[in-house]
Design a protein. Structure first.
Length: 391
């Protein structure tokens, strides 16, 4: 499955190092050529000899003392790698990579990298949730770095929370997916609407919703990896915007409508993953409203997806339907009303969708429905794009 693929596994110093032994073995089983680069702290948990035995290749630890057949190790490995995977990725190596610090073999390799890089974070829950680490993660995501996300569970420090390294089989699955990603959307122009919109109520308040933009960003990221030319009409979001996307920032539903429809002729595929406000206040006060009681009259916003459906012709339109009750009924009606090729149904009452890295969806088209189990939104994005490509 990975025959001919050259993978560099970077190992930084955390207790999860022992799991990386199995990961290297699995990659070898899939016929990948594996090189291992370790930090000095990682070598205190598992010896370099263990990884040399498993990989069948020399292990790089000290970039100063160790030559690589007379060549510079980090440049040689960076040039040959089809992918670099860092696991466990500690707060330290994540911070170095984000800041461009290159003071050991692994951090120097990352700065020199020009292939896909994936990190599998692993650390204490409080470290993982710290503002510094989260900021570094978001920065790296915005640069196109991939992640095998940390999971929740019992941690080596005795605490329970998010910070466990993804299991080796899951990381291997991510690696396989990236290295065997089809370029079935190469040259296709894709527009993705993403995030929430906000409708002003007065000079300081607005009406909005819970959308984080994670689903739209995942779709854009995967579409870019599959060769598409992606433009994002981007509202309010907390997700990292993928590198390589052309971004048009908007605030209100009216702005998103205008930005989408004015560019409609440029695109082959429309994926309406945003959560635009359906209504806006009829009147907006320039000053902060001070009344002890407030009655607001709302008016309907323009329907972006329906407008695209009217002009799409033979081009493809994917819509989303977030429902709390009678989901399949409403989603099917929405698909038909918008002239969409298929609809992605989110049951927001049964599942925590907004802000989550996971989603459980049902896809409905003219031939019926398919239910999917809960999975990372990146995997949901692949399913959606597989279907788009098949059309």
């Amino acid at each position: 499955m990975l025959t001919g693929k050259k993978i560099v596994v970077g190992v930084s110093g955390g207790i999860a190092v022992y799991k990386v032994c199995y990961l290297v073995r699995r990659l070898k089983d899939l016929n990948a050529e594996v090189d291992v680069v370790m930090t000095e702290n990682a070598a205190k948990f598992v010896s370099p000899l263990t990884f040399e035995t498993l990989s069948g290749r020399p292990v790089t630890v000290d970039i100063v003392k160790e030559g690589y057949n007379g060549l510079v190790p980090h440049i040689t490995l960076a040039n040959k790698a089809d992918m670099i995977v860092v696991c466990p990725a500690t707060a330290n190596i994540i911070g170095k990579y984000a800041s461009g610090i290159a003071d050991d073999a692994l951090s120097t390799l990352l700065v020199a990298a020009h292939c896909p890089v994936m990190l599998a974070p692993a650390m204490n829950v409080h470290m993982y949730e710290s503002a510094a680490v989260q900021s570094n993660l978001q920065l790296l995501k915005s640069r196109g770095v991939l992640f095998a996300n940390a999971t929740e569970g019992f941690l080596a420090c005795g605490e329970t929370g998010k910070g466990r390294m993804a299991e080796p089989d899951e990381i291997v699955s991510h690696i396989v997916k990236v290295l065997t990603m089809p370029e079935d959307l190469k040259g296709v122009n894709v527009l993705v609407t993403c995030g929430a919109t906000a409708e002003p109520l007065d000079g300081v308040r607005c009406i909005t919703n819970y959308s984080s933009g994670k689903m739209g960003c995942a779709i854009a990221e995967r579409a870019i990896q599959r060769g598409a030319n992606v433009t994002m009409i981007l509202g309010i979001h907390s997700a990292a915007v993928p590198a390589g996307a052309q971004v048009v920032s908007v605030s209100t539903t009216g702005e998103m409508f205008e930005a989408t429809l004015s560019r409609a002729e440029q695109f082959d595929v429309f994926i309406m993953a945003a959560a635009p406000c359906d209504y806006r206040p009829e009147q907006v006060s320039d000053s902060k409203i001070k009344s002890s009681e407030l009655t607001v009259r709302f008016v309907k916003n323009p329907d972006i997806a329906k407008a695209v459906g009217l002009v799409k012709g033979n081009r493809k339109l994917v819509v989303f339907s977030a429902e709390t009750d009678h989901g399949e009924q409403y989603a099917t009606a929405k698909m038909q009303e918008k002239n969409a090729d298929f609809v992605v149904l989110n049951d927001v009452k049964a599942n925590k969708v907004f802000g989550s890295d996971y989603n459980k969806v049902t896809i409905i088209d003219g031939n019926g429905k398919t239910d999917y189990p809960s999975m990372p939104k990146t995997d949901v994005a692949d399913i959606i794009l597989d279907k788009v490509a098949s059309l």
